[in-house]
Structure formats: C-alpha cells, structure tokens
Design a protein around this ligand. Structure first.
Ligand SMILES: *Cc1c(COP(=O)(O)O)cnc(C)c1O
Length: 430
C-alpha cells in the first residue's frame, strides 16, 4: 500500500487501525477520515530534522491552507511548531482554537487593510510581505496602532521546479513575490530598511508544490544565500531568518517514489551550511512550510458507489455520492489518486472504470481509468491521500453539503467537523 497507515482485514480496507467500511456505515458518506498519529508523526519528522540539521531555532510552519479547521490548529500548537496562514479567516480559526499567534506567519499576495489590521491586533508574529505596496500599507497601519510589525519579504528566486504550472510559484513571471532578476528585490529591501514600523527579520521563497527531488530546494537556497550576502554587502543588513517555503511531495500512487523527508532536509541543510561559509554570512534560522506533506496521507475519503454506466466498447463510469465539491483536484490539475473498493479488497482488480462525481459538469471526475473489481451500487469507494487541498477546497456547487470529517486517534474515532446540513448551507441567505 502507498502508506503505512493502510492495511486489509477480512477483505476490508483499514485506515489508522479502523475498518473503513464500518466508518462509512457509522457516519454515512461522503466521509473524510483523518489519522492524527500520522499528522503528528510528520510534524515530528520535520521539527526534529530541522532543529538537528539547520539550527536549534529552525522550525517547520504547517501551511494551513492545505487543511484548515480548529482541531488541526490544536494538534499543531501541541506539536510546538508554527503555522502559515493566508487570510484573516485562517488566522481567526487558529485564534479560536487557541493557537499562539506569535508563531503564525501571514502570507498572501492580496492582503486587505482590514486583514492587516486584524492580524496586527491579534498578535500575528510575522507577515510575509509580497510587494512594495504591501510593505507600505503594513508600515502605515502598524504606525497607526503604535506597533512595529516583524516581516519577511517574499523573494522570487527564478526557479522552475518541474511541477504542474498551476502549482509552480518561483519563476520570475509569478504573481507572488519580488524578483531578484529584475533587481526589484534589492530596491524593496533598501526601502524596507528605512521604514520605522517594520522590523525586517529575513526573506522567504516558495518554489512550488509536489516536488519530489530536493535539488530545486538546493537551487533556491543557493540563490537566496547569495541574495542575503549581496544585501549584507550593499546595505549592511544581515538576515536572521530564511524561509524556504513548502512543496515537498507526497505519494498519491504506487508509481510515485518513496520520500525520505529527514534525508531531504539533511541534504538541503548540508548545502545551506556550506553556502553560508562560502558566501561569508551567518547561518540563518531556517523555516519551511510543509502543507501537503503534513496532512495528505493522513487523510482519505469514502464514498458510496451509485450507478455503473457501461458504454459498450468505449468506457465505463461508476458514479459516487460526492466529487468535485469535496475533491476538485482532478478537475483542476488532473491529479493522480489511488482509488480502491474498500469493501472488496480481496477481489481481483480486473475492471477498468472512471470514477465520476455527482455534479452537473463533465469535468467532475475523481480519477480516470482505474482498475478495480467490477463495482456495484452500494460499494464503498475509498480515495486515498485526500488530506490536503480537498476539504480546504470544498464548495457548495450544486448545493451539495460538505462532508463530515472524522479523526482517528489511538483507534478511537470522533467527529472534528460536522456534516453540513441543508439548513446550515442556507444560513446566510436572506
Ligand atoms: C502552498 C504553499 C505552501 C505549502 O505547499 P505544500 O506543497 O502544500 O507543502 C507553503 N508556502 C507557501 C507560500 C505556499 O503558497
């Protein structure tokens, strides 16, 4: 199986030690299951590796856009790591969960004045500023509030990490950050150092997502350490922090290679230490922002199979009781997924069919041409590795309620997000 929290017992798929078919019967479908032990295991790998290989104050920040709800912020808080937030809504949710916001980093290329004010008021530790105008706005609002706001500046290193173009963010023409190539990054730093209500802590870059090799991170680190050295020479300012962003991959299918996160971090750290020596700068504290690799394989989605449509000589479709409303990723970027019939794991996978969602869109597909036992109405369809960017991207299209989310912890199951009701869906409608 693609992850060690999966097994088979009596022909049923088990996840985090529980029978998924029982879970579907108990809670109904569509249902998202989460494995708390796996989330904590990943936090621990990142936290320990970063302290050990970079510096004792280096730390992972969970990129909470991957899956944002109250209980997960409690897990992250107790794991003693930070978070990356991209909206006042995420900051609010973390705050409601009691997350210590001094460990939060506020991202985003379009922060509004009211969000900036909200974040400063709530004591968000750092902003990651994306543009010249944003830094000016933060400076002005912080001044009004009598505060000095710590910031990192988002720099575009000009790297192509060989991933899908919609999740590649580090190249010079990106909508994110300020480019080194055009010299605008240097001008930004020069300007920021003069602002009284901004405390510059260092720099940030994020090259993209679902990156398997660690070379692109090394390329980014090289460019960023050279940038830090240039800035030191030009303006006498030495960065305390370098945030290398998120983007480490996860396994969605058996075709994906195994990933050793500890070894990747070690490899990046060795290079960063040697680059600091080479360029004559002090080793900064390193931050990384894993989102997908913290939660993706800690999640799975269960559906109930609907109708089997066999188009003679052409294609077979099995419909399910969810789809792009809870998992839009195939529709957005043809993401690969492993799909299993959770109640028939002992049978041969000798039937090819496409798993189709319930929405009125031909593009509402979960996965094309999957091999499975010939499905029938009422089977439990399991889609693996759905912890990241599924529930977080869920919508009410076709007025489909969002699914229930159930956490599994030490073999116990409990609801962490209730299933939406028709009433709750229309609660804002006049
Ligand atoms: C999306 C994003 C992340 C998380 O990326 P993953 O691929 O989920 O690890 C981290 N940092 C920034 C700035 C992002 O935009």
């Amino acid at each position: 199986m693609i992850c060690d929290n999966l097994s088979v017992n009596n022909g049923h798929l088990n996840f985090a030690g529980v029978d998924t078919v029982d879970m579907a019967a108990k809670y109904g479908t569509p249902l998202m299951l989460l494995d708390e032990g796996k989330i904590r295991e990943k936090c621990t790998i990142y936290r320990n590796a970063m302290k050990k290989y970079f510096t004792p104050d280096s730390m992972p920040l969970y990129a909470s856009k991957a899956l944002s709800f109250k209980y997960i912020y409690k897990i992250i808080a107790s794991e003693n790591i930070g978070i990356d937030c991209v909206s006042a809504g995420e900051i609010y949710t973390a705050h409601q969960a009691g997350f210590p916001l001094e460990r939060a980093y506020f991202h985003g290329n379009s922060k509004t004045d009211s969000e900036i004010r909200f974040a400063i008021e709530h004591g968000v530790g750092h902003f990651v500023c994306d543009s010249v105008e944003e830094v000016a706005a933060v400076n002005e609002i912080a001044a009004e509030m009598g505060k000095v706001q710590k910031v990192l500046l988002r720099i575009t290193p000009g790297i192509d990490p060989h991933t899908h173009k919609k999740i590649s963010t580090g190249s010079v023409d990106s909508k994110f950050g300020v480019a080194i190539e055009t010299h605008q990054a240097y001008e930004l730093v020069e300007g920021v150092l003069k602002l009284e209500n901004i405390g510059l802590d260092g720099f940030h870059c994020h090259i993209g997502s679902q990156i398997f090799e660690y070379d692109p991170f090394c390329d980014a680190a090289r460019i960023m350490i050279r940038f830090i050295a240039d800035i030191k020479k030009m303006y006498g300012y030495e960065a305390k922090t370098l945030n290398l962003g998120g983007g480490m991959a996860v396994r969605y299918t058996e075709d994906d290679p195994e990933i050793d996160y500890d070894a990747n971090i070690k490899g990046i750290a060795e290079l960063v230490h040697s680059l600091c020596d080479e360029f004559g700068v002090k080793m900064p504290n390193i931050l990384m922002e894993p989102g997908r690799s913290i939660v993706a394989d800690a999640g799975m989605t269960l559906y109930t199979a609907g109708y089997l449509k066999e188009i003679t000589g052409l294609k077979n479709y099995i419909s399910i009781d969810g789809g792009m409303t809870d998992n839009p990723r195939f529709a957005l970027y043809q993401s690969p997924y492993t799909v299993l019939l959770a109640n028939r794991m002992d049978e041969a996978s000798d039937y090819k069919c496409t798993v189709a969602g319930r929405c009125c869109e031909s593009g509402d597909i979960i996965q094309e041409d999957v091999m499975m036992p010939k499905p029938k109405r009422g089977d439990t369809v399991a889609v693996l590795t759905t912890g990241a960017y599924n529930y977080a991207m869920a919508s009410h299209y076709n007025k489909v309620p969002k699914p229930e989310v159930v956490m599994i912890k030490d073999g116990e199951d409990f609801t962490v997000i209730k299933r939406e009701t028709y009433e709750s869906m229309i609660s804002n409608e006049i």
